[in-house]
Design a binder for this molecule. Structure first.
Ligand code: ZN
Length: 311
């Protein structure tokens, strides 16, 4: 019998974080400046522990190391996906991530970072920073050096339920009041371009202007998101969000009872709304789990909205 792996999140305090992970998500967070819930992660900066069952108390990185068969013996040094919930009480720094080949050379063989966002909640008329207006690198460099952020930065309106793909080389920033779920490659490499002149413990956070200028794509191009068909079958609705080389993500809605089939190397699930059960085990908003390789059929019961991801 294959076991579902439930995980305990790791929380990160940040200068821009808030308390909604407690007030809206019922998590036991360390302070009212908690910006990130690393919900499914084997990254050394936040390695989730298995909550129950025969691997209870082991970390996800330990499972990846010692029970790779649970993940179809996938190659690679680390479990490839990282799922976070982000509560931005303040604006996040304007940033960009490298791709795999740049990171391999300049970051000691680390992976680059592609990420995607599902907007859980935001204020009316919210926006995010996404892309820029420079036509070429020279113009980009000039606008950055002259601190002309308003001319450089592009903003995009957002609302709950929106989905965005942030490829390596794309300037981006989450703005105050936004709560979102992020699925990303397992990487923690961020090049900070601008931090609004803020101080952390009395000093500005480090910027990485020259690496950022190296990797920013010029001119900016909006993402064409590839998906496959949407499906509605009785109590089950599947909304595809993205199918990419780094991850495939969709949103599942179950009204009363829905049976699906896990036929991937692994599949992650994050409950973003409602309560019910998976194969009889209670789950609710804030539960995160992994279905291992070849798990086969599984059944959701109850009223649930879930973000699922796999390779
Ligand atoms: Zn980012």
């Amino acid at each position: 019998m294959k076991e579902i792996l439930f995980l305990s999140p790791v929380f990160k305090e940040t200068i821009w974080g808030g308390d909604r992970l407690r007030t809206e998500w019922m998590y036991d967070i360390p302070s009212s400046h908690t910006g990130e819930c690393w919900a499914i992660s084997a990254h050394p900066n936040g390695d989730c522990l298995i909550k129950s069952g025969r691997f209870s108390g082991q970390s996800l990185s330990w499972l990846w190391e010692h029970h790779r068969e649970l993940f179809h013996n996938l190659p690679g040094p680390v479990f490839p996906l990282l799922v976070k919930i982000i509560d931005a009480k303040e604006d996040l720094s304007i940033q960009v991530h490298p791709d795999n080949s740049y990171a391999a050379v300049h970051e000691d063989g680390a992976l680059g970072k592609s990420e995607c966002w599902y907007i859980l909640n935001c204020k009316r008329d919210s926006s995010i920073v996404y892309g820029h207006n420079a036509r070429n690198k020279a113009e980009l460099r000039a606008l950055v050096e002259q601190n002309k952020w308003d001319s450089l930065i592009r903003s995009l309106p957002i609302k709950p339920g929106d989905f965005l793909q942030i490829s390596p080389g794309t300037i981006h920033a989450i703005k105050a009041g936004t709560l979102l779920l992020e699925v990303q490659q397992t990487s923690d490499i961020t090049y900070r371009l601008y931090d609004y002149g803020r101080l952390q413990d009395g000093v500005p956070r480090k910027l990485h202007i020259s690496k950022a200028l190296d990797v920013i794509r010029c001119p900016h191009k909006d993402e064409i998101i590839e998906t496959y068909g949407q499906a509605q079958m009785g109590d089950l609705q599947i909304i595809p969000l993205i199918a990419s080389p780094n991850y495939t993500v969709h949103r599942i809605r179950c009204r009363r009872k829905a049976t699906l089939n896990q036929r991937y190397s692994f599949l992650t699930g994050s409950v973003i709304k409602g309560s019910g059960a998976i194969d009889g085990i209670p789950i609710a908003q804030g539960s995160h789990f992994i279905l291992p390789y070849d798990y086969g059929e599984y059944t959701y019961t109850g009223s649930l909205t879930i973000i699922e991801a796999y390779l």
